[in-house]
Ligand binder design. Structure first.
Ligand SMILES: [Zn+2]
Length: 205
């Protein structure tokens, strides 16, 4: 059974990677039927966590503050799982969905301190979710050599593909743009990414 935090995490991710999120996105991402998502979002709306602007879902100011704490804890938990539990890079996002709920408040801060105050999660996303990083979203990159800054949309299928070609943070990649998609070459191979999903991959020179 998914809870409030799982929904908020997905809403945050979509907003961060693509600037908008709708019911169908949440339904696809969490593999939950649209009526169930609809019901749950009504509940979040009644609790004052989200509001709606047409089909688009937004955080209310207090919902956003709650989300900032959650995302921070999620990313700290990911560092822990990656470093100390040796969970593979591509699986770490899903595997901490349970774990992160255990680390609230002072436990979370103790974990952060003892991890050596990391700046980012294993996918390169800043522990402080409001920190603005210098980066180039993949669709805005010209053909050429770059480094991976982060993967803001931590979807397991995408993470697996990126891991298989070695395109993880700070690795060098080569970008070639076509009309319909982008060819990305990492240290271990080449893959194609379609334009909408490509927004979640952020690069630096
Ligand atoms: Zn992450």
């Amino acid at each position: 059974m998914l809870n409030r935090e799982d929904y908020m995490l997905v809403i945050w991710e979509y907003l961060e990677a693509f600037d908008k999120v709708q019911e169908k996105d949440i339904s696809n991402r969490l593999h939950i039927s649209p009526p169930t998502v609809y019901e749950y979002l009504l509940k979040l709306q009644e609790e004052g966590i989200i509001s709606r602007n047409g089909r688009n879902i937004e955080f209310t100011p207090s919902g956003r503050n709650f989300a900032l704490k959650l995302i921070r804890m999620h990313r700290i938990s990911e560092v822990f799982a990656y470093k100390f539990l040796e969970i593979p890079w591509e699986d770490v996002h899903v595997s901490v969905m349970e774990l992160e709920h255990l680390f609230s408040g002072s436990k979370g801060e103790a974990l952060y301190k003892n991890l050596g105050r990391p700046e980012t999660c294993p996918h390169g996303n800043p522990i402080d979710p409001e920190y603005r990083i210098k980066e180039i979203p993949l669709p805005f990159a010209d053909d050429g050599h770059y480094h991976v800054r982060r993967v803001s949309f931590e979807e397991i299928g995408l993470l697996k593909k990126l891991a298989s070609i070695g395109a993880i943070p700070d690795q060098e990649v080569y970008v070639i743009k076509d009309a319909d998609d982008i060819e990305l070459t990492g240290p271990n191979g080449t893959m194609k990414i379609e334009f909408p999903v490509a927004m979640s991959l952020r690069l630096y020179l």
